[in-house]
Structures are given as C-alpha cells and as structure tokens.
Design a protein around this ligand. Structure first.
Ligand SMILES: Nc1ncnc2c1ncn2[C@@H]1O[C@H](COP(=O)(O)OP(=O)(O)OP(=O)(O)O)[C@@H](O)[C@H]1O
Length: 372
C-alpha cells in the first residue's frame, strides 16, 4: 500500500458534487502537486486529507491507517495556507512556536526547534518581529516555519505563493524545492498555475470538474497526455487543436482530410479498428515551423496557412498567433532567426509530433506498441 492512499473519494456540498471517485497513491517523500482550474476541487481534496473536511464516501489512509475519523491534530499533517494565517499580535518566534507551546513542550525543546526552523528558512534575524513588520515572502516563511516545527508526516500547501509577486514566487519555489530536498518529507501542493506545477512536482495530478484527469511525471503528462483537457492545460503557450476527418486508414498510415478546414495529412499512426469521422490533431507550438515565402515544405509535413493576428516578441523567441481559413486559432513559437512575414503565413509540422483526440476528448493512441 502507498504511503498516502486516496481511494474512491467523493465529496458533495448539498446537491453539488465537488469530488467524483478520486483515486490516488502518493509515495513517501514525493512532492505531489494538485493542479487544475479554479473550482475543480483541489483545495477540497487537500482539506479532506488534513481533516478540515469530511468525505462523502471513500477513504483516506496514511501509512495504512484509515484517517476518515481521526481528528486533524492527530493525522501528522501540517497545512500552509495562502493567507499565511499568522497571529498579528505575535512575534515570529511566538507564531512559529505556537503549536509547541499549546502542547506544553519544554522551553529548551521549543527554542531548539524554532532555531532550527529559523535557520533553514533564514528567519534568524526576524524572530522578534510581528507580521506587520514582515514582507510577503517573509510572512510565508513564518507560516512554513510553523508547519516545520510540528515535524509532520505530510506538508500540505494551499496556493502558498499566490500573494507574492512574480520574482518572489520564482525564488520561493526554489526555496521550497530545497526545503523538500533537505527534509525529505512528503509534500502536497495545490496551485492553479501549471508552470508552478511542472517545476515543483515529482508527481503532477491534473484535476478538472472534480476528477483526476491524469497523474504522473510532469514531462510524461506534457508528452503523452491522456486527453484533450490535460493536453491543453499543460504547456504554455497551449497546444493547438486542429479539426480533421479520417479519410483512410492503414498500417502506420492514417489519412486525414479537412485539417484545420482545408489541408490533408498522413500521420505515421496505426488507427484503432473502425476509427472514422471527426477527430482533432494536437500540435505543440514549438513543433511548428514558419515557412519562408515560396519555400517548399519538408516532405510529408502538415502544412497550414493562415493570417497572422499577433506577434508577441519575447526577445529570445516570439509567439506568433494566426487564424486559419476555417477560424481555427494556431500559435507557434518562432526563433529569432526565423522569418515570420504576415499578413499571410504558412507553417509546417512533422506529423510524427501530432497527437490525435476523438470527439469525446479522449486521446486516440496508435495501435501496436508505439506511444503515439
Ligand atoms: N464549504 C463549502 N460549501 C459549499 N461549496 C463549497 C465549499 N467549499 C468549496 N465549495 C465548492 O466546491 C467547489 C470546489 O472548490 P475548491 O475550493 O476545492 O476548488 P479549487 O480547485 O481549490 O479552486 P480555487 O483554485 O479557486 O481555490 C467550488 O465550486 C466551491 O464553490
């Protein structure tokens, strides 16, 4: 059994189903990130793990022990909230030591634990300050310090960096990764920011509408998404989705027509038996290349033609937004040395990089061994 096991968990608030048959195994020491759009249920799942909410059905187990009826303080979890939730009238020392003082721990034990946490979090010089005298990042460190001194089995973070500015977020992200490396404790982290999820997670859990859509290593989800939601959610700029129709099907050759409204394409793909009708091709923006005017496309490529609507210059590269004749929006990432001349632009993509999705949004995989 996994270190932390979430089995068939559902949660409803009145008539509203918020979590639907959530199953997840978390190993000891893993850094797990729950990510998904606002309202998908990630905070609720975190609150269920720590005991601030009950399940409607299903079980939460930690180290083989069912936690459903165990009170929050006895679960060995410590939560860090987005709002920091510090006591404003207490100093850093008092805030960090609060749970130890409530547990009537000996004074020298308290001082020792607070000093160790303060050293890890660089709070040593701020122990006598009150929250009003601390920056956002420092307050966040105090909140983390308060969790560390409890020596939990599992740290739970609910969007802890969302009140910080972009630069500080990046810095705190690095600090959290270092903290995880030092402590080796299991951490579960909630965010709606997929970049944050990609950079932090050993295991990334993408949620949507109360269900786990896919869980795995961030790059596996990026390269090999199970469905259109995960494909579109992970990655920035987002994956492009091009409507197409199945025209012919053979071993390692799937003929598509109406690609992006007009073009044809042959994918090196063995379709499942009976595949017919409308599908969607998924292509990442970095898998498309702009074609200089008049230049022939590489053999067998998927070629798209459209009107450039916006070029975002980012210095090292640019994001080129275009719209195809049928109205399908397409974004490509172009390098500095690539010529992008509007208003009309042709782009080419290697069909080996195309993913295929059915009308139900599920990924259609090539039959017979290949990942695609
Ligand atoms: N105590 C509650 N009573 C009723 N509905 C609730 C309660 N808590 C959460 N919800 C609802 O459950 C759904 C999921 O909320 P949750 O906070 O888990 O989402 P989330 O994915 O964490 O979103 P966000 O990123 O916006 O925090 C939302 O529709 C929310 O309105």
């Amino acid at each position: 059994m996994a270190f932390l096991d979430i089995a068939a968990v559902t949660k409803s608030f009145g008539a509203q189903g918020v979590l639907k048959d959530v199953n997840l195994s978390i190993e000891r020491g893993e850094f797990v990130v729950f990510v998904g759009p606002s309202g998908c249920g990630k905070s609720t799942l975190l609150r269920i793990i720590t005991g601030l909410e009950t399940v409607t059905s299903g079980t939460i187990s930690i180290e083989g022990e069912v936690m459903n009826d165990v009170e929050p303080a006895r679960r060995g979890t410590a939560m860090v909230f987005q709002s920091y939730a510090l006591y404003p009238h207490m100093t850093t020392f008092q805030n960090v030591s609060f749970s130890l003082r409530m547990a009537h721990r000996a004074r020298d034990v308290i001082v020792d634990k607070v000093q160790k946490a303060a050293a890890i979090l660089q709070l040593d010089k701020l122990l006598e300050r009150k929250p009003g005298q601390l920056s956002g990042g420092q307050k966040q460190r105090v909140a983390i310090g308060r969790a560390i001194v409890r020596e939990p089995r599992v740290f739970l973070f609910d969007e802890p960096l969302s009140n910080l500015d972009a630069e500080l977020r990046v810095q705190m992200r690095a600090e959290l990764m270092e903290l995880h490396r030092r402590l080796g404790t299991t951490m579960i982290y909630v965010t709606h920011d997929q970049v944050e999820a990609m950079t932090l997670a050993d295991k990334m859990v993408v949620m949507h509408a109360g269900r786990v859509q896919q869980a795995g290593k961030p790059l596996d989800l990026y390269d090999d998404p199970d469905n259109r939601f995960v494909a579109g959610f992970v990655g920035s700029p987002k994956m492009n989705f091009l409507p197409a129709r199945v025209q012919s099907s053979g071993p390692n050759a799937l003929g598509l027509a109406g690609v992006g409204g007009a073009g044809e394409a042959t994918l090196p793909f063995t379709a499942p038996p009976g595949l017919a009708g409308p599908v969607e091709i998924g292509l990442r923006p970095e898998r498309m290349r702009p074609l200089p005017p008049g230049a022939p496309p590489p053999p067998n490529s998927i070629v798209l033609e459209g009107q450039v609507t916006l070029v975002e210059e980012l210095g090292s590269e640019s994001y080129v937004h275009m719209v195809l004749a049928d109205g399908t929006p397409v974004t490509l990432r172009a390098g500095r040395d690539e010529t992008v001349e509007g208003p009309s632009l042709r782009v080419a993509a290697d069909p080996r990089h195309a993913l295929l999705f059915g009308p139900d949004g599920e990924r259609i995989r090539s039959q017979g061994g290949s990942k695609r």
